[in-house]
Design a protein around this ligand. Structure first.
Ligand code: HEM
Length: 123
């Protein structure tokens, strides 16, 4: 957990599945199930952050700036998932938040895969 990224990857992969599930349940009009999935998703936000901070604390001295940017965009991805779900619930427009979500996900993924641990695709 401290020196490999498996736990971190597991937490964000499950979070993405839960997020998509919540959006689909909302579209299907199932309010109760959406709410339950969203509660579980919030626990996964905390797990993503906890595993991310653990990796950050141990490895960021390698490249503090890039790790810092990765941290920031990771948090933005989480914030945007939450914003999209809240605004769907309130029947407000979500377009801008979807855009920020997708762009920040791509940046976070790129930076994660560029940084030295495990996947090291863009070194
Ligand atoms: C949903 C949001 C997030 C996504 C999609 C994501 C994605 C990734 C990916 C693809 C990797 C590379 C895995 C590997 O090389 O095996 C990674 C690693 C990492 N992530 Fe995240 N992450 C997210 C949130 C966060 C947050 C919030 C933090 C900080 C609290 C964080 C900190 C890190 C750190 C420190 C690494 C290790 C980088 C390395 O040395 O290779 N991530 N993440």
């Amino acid at each position: 957990m401290f020196d490999n990224t498996h736990a971190h990857i597991t937490t964000w992969a499950i979070a993405i599945i839960l997020f998509i599930t919540a959006v689909l349940l909302h579209k299907a009009g199932n309010k109760k199930a959406t709410k339950i999935v969203q509660m579980i998703l919030r626990v996964f936000y905390l797990l993503i952050i906890a595993t991310g901070i653990t990796l950050f604390a141990r490895h960021s001295s390698f490249d503090p700036a890039l790790y810092g940017v990765k941290f920031l965009f990771g948090v933005i991805v989480i914030a945007m998932m939450e914003m999209v779900l809240i605004r769907l619930k309130l029947d407000k427009k979500t377009g801008v938040f979807w855009s920020i979500l997708i762009i920040s996900f791509v940046i976070t993924f790129y930076l994660g895969a560029k940084l030295p641990l495990n996947w090291n695709w863009f070194a």
